[in-house]
Design a protein around this ligand. Structure first.
Ligand code: ATP
Ligand code: MG
Length: 576
């Protein structure tokens, strides 16, 4: 058996955990020399939408197994359905798989590359008397299929001669018949307990241009026919898919067996990822895009890989998440908080700390000399001493967070209030002397304070303690930025479970996006590049928006807050 590999994309986890049931099967096959000990998997997206976090589970599984067992994983576009597919999707899918940290090397394939061979396989089935051309409409075929308790009714065209079937199928290919007038069906068993086996349709006529083959074809193979044969053509050993294909496995095997394919690939199913407070169906995600409820597939509220990337998720965090949720056959729903927890773990280690004020309130230090400024030293990452320190400017006027001040605070308020002393992080102790209000609106417009010059750096030589420490930005040096705050896209855990008279679109969280303009950031952030990520102290992890941020007009996305709800959920669970 090939020893498990460990590299950057899997570091620290694979090879130490017990194997999931699919890896167990693969390990046993390798040990028994099935397929000559070879392991070949594939990730087979249909290019009809952007990849989402559910696809990441499948990508990590397929590419992860190949890597772990010294095998290969192909990227195959399952592009058998001409009308819904677009090149833009093909490109985004490649970008996303690479971004996640996986590489198909020279094994990029398209099911459409196999159209000629698939056609010849279909002809071979006809020659074996195992497929026939049916002149019934799709509706008639559906109606005669029967139910779980009632067998299907054989088509009146079922017993056509091989010669007639060959002739009709060729003429279907040549475009002699209109869309929907005929199909090619497998000749299996109209009374089979498995409805999938009741003479499934293999080819249909669709006079629609294909994004790669153009007008060359007007008949297209269906998934069940194309998929198993594409696997066989590519020499796939373990064809891993989600549970909804469980009933199709019998057909998968039937086609390969009937065509006498040697060293047949085998299909294994696992439960798809469901995640709370979002939807993971391409159809629904497309609806959110088309109805402009979000700003495109890569909107940072979307569970797409491009949305998560723009939001500031790292590939490391997503891979770690996929590793933690594991692989099983039982249906389950994973709490979104676990995904965020994995992200915080990664960002906590790596994100440089900076100070930023999202809702600025001006604060004037009255006893600080007019016109004077100075530079203080701030720690870049307490989790990583090698990250060092940076200079931050300080002056007489600074901004603090509006909600770090209250005129009339409740008990246990440790932040600023009239007469209270707090620490400005890395700077000085200050005491509030006055809150200036706008006489018309009553709104607080400015705070007046004094500082204690002896507390430079944030400690009092007399041992005096303060309970609160505030972040701040010096007014003279601050840069302005737009900051976008995000929340869950849906207000309920399972938006797919919606009342019949309503749409899941009604459950979209209107507060999933809050745009704050006029935020103030420490000046070093002027050099931040798209995709760079930071911890804004006390506020969360943020990244530079890769699409809308401009030099001199930065836009930051809040990736995730600092509050770890997953840790709380775990605590509660372990107590009860
Ligand atoms: P949707 O149902 O949203 O349209 P799909 O399953 O049709 O998605 P494909 O492009 O066919 O999307 O998916 C490619 C691969 O990713 C398939 O093997 C599929 O089983 C897997 N996959 C899709 N969604 C999930 C998910 N939520 N969890 C795990 N794997 C998934
Ligand atoms: Mg699919």
């Amino acid at each position: 058996m090939v020893a498990p590999k460990n590299d950057a994309a899997t570091a620290g986890t694979e090879g130490q955990k017990p194997l999931d049931f699919i890896r167990q099967i693969v390990a046993e096959d390798v040990a028994a020399g099935v397929h000559g000990g070879r392991v070949a998997t594939r990730f087979p997206p249909e290019p009809n939408g952007f990849l989402h976090i559910g696809h990441a589970k499948s990508i990590c599984l397929n590419f992860g197994i190949a890597r772990q067992f010294g095998g290969t994983c192909n990227l195959r576009f399952d592009d058998t359905n001409p009308s819904k597919e677009e090149m833009a999707y093909v490109e985004s899918i490649q970008t996303d798989v690479r971004w996640l940290g996986f590489d198909w090397e020279d094994r990029l394939f398209y099911a459409s590359d196999y159209f000629d061979r698939l056609y010849r396989f279909a002809v071979a089935l006809i020659e074996k008397g195992k497929a026939y051309v049916d002149d019934q409409s799709a509706e008639q075929i559906r109606q005669s299929r029967g139910t779980l308790t009632r067998p299907g009714i054989p088509s009146p065209y079922r017993d056509r001669s091989v010669a007639e079937n060959l002739d009709l199928f060729e003429r279907m290919k040549n475009g002699e018949f209109p869309d929907g007038s005929r199909v090619l069906r497998a000749k299996i068993d109209m009374a089979n307990a498995n409805v999938v086996m009741r003479d499934p349709t293999l080819y249909r006529i669709r006079k629609v241009a294909h994004h790669r083959t153009g007008d060359h074809w007007c008949i297209y193979p269906l998934y069940d026919f194309a998929h198993c044969l594409s696997d066989a053509i590519e020499g796939i050993t373990h064809s891993i898919c989600t549970m909804e294909f469980e009933n199709n496995r019998e057909l998968y095997d039937w086609i390969l067996e009937t065509l006498e394919i040697p060293d047949r690939p085998r299909q294994y199913e696992f439960a798809r990822l469901n995640l709370t407070r979002t939807v993971l169906s391409k159809r629904k995600l497309l609806q959110l895009v088309d109805e402009k409820i979000v700003d495109g597939w890569d909107d940072p509220r979307m569970p797409t890989l491009s949305g998560l990337r723009r939001r500031g998720f790292t590939p490391e965090a997503i891979r770690n998440f996929c590793d933690r949720i594991g692989v099983a056959r039982a249906q389950s729903t994973v709490d979104y908080a676990l995904l965020e927890h994995c992200l915080r773990e990664d960002l906590n280690r790596r994100a440089p700390r900076v100070m930023a004020v999202l809702r600025p309130l001006k604060l004037v230090i009255e006893n600080y000399p007019q016109g004077q400024t100075e530079t203080l030293e701030a720690i870049n990452n307490p989790e990583d001493p090698a990250a060092g320190t940076r200079p931050v400017p300080f002056g007489r006027e600074i901004y603090i967070e509006r909600d770090d001040f209250m005129v009339d605070p409740p008990k246990k308020w440790f932040r600023l209030a009239p007469g209270r002393e707090v620490r400005l992080r890395y700077a000085y102790f200050i005491t509030c002397t006055e809150a200036v209000t706008d006489p018309k609106t009553g709104e607080i417009t400015e705070l007046r304070c004094t500082y204690d010059p002896a507390t430079r750096g944030g400690d009092a030589p007399d041992g005096r303690k303060v309970k609160g420490t505030l972040h701040w930005v010096a007014a003279h040096a601050a840069i302005a930025a737009e900051v976008r705050l995000y929340d869950n896209l849906f207000t309920v855990d399972n938006p797919a479970e919606v009342a019949e008279d309503k749409s899941f679109l009604d459950l979209v969280n209107p507060e999933a996006l809050t745009v704050l303009d006029g935020c103030r950031l420490e000046p070093g952030l002027a050099a931040a590049a798209p995709g760079d990520f930071f911890q804004f102290e006390r506020l969360g992890y943020f990244c530079v928006d890769a699409k809308d941020s401009r030099p001199g007009r930065p836009v930051f996305n809040r990736t995730v807050t600092l509050r770890d709800t997953w840790a709380k959920i775990k605590q509660k669970q372990s107590k009860s």
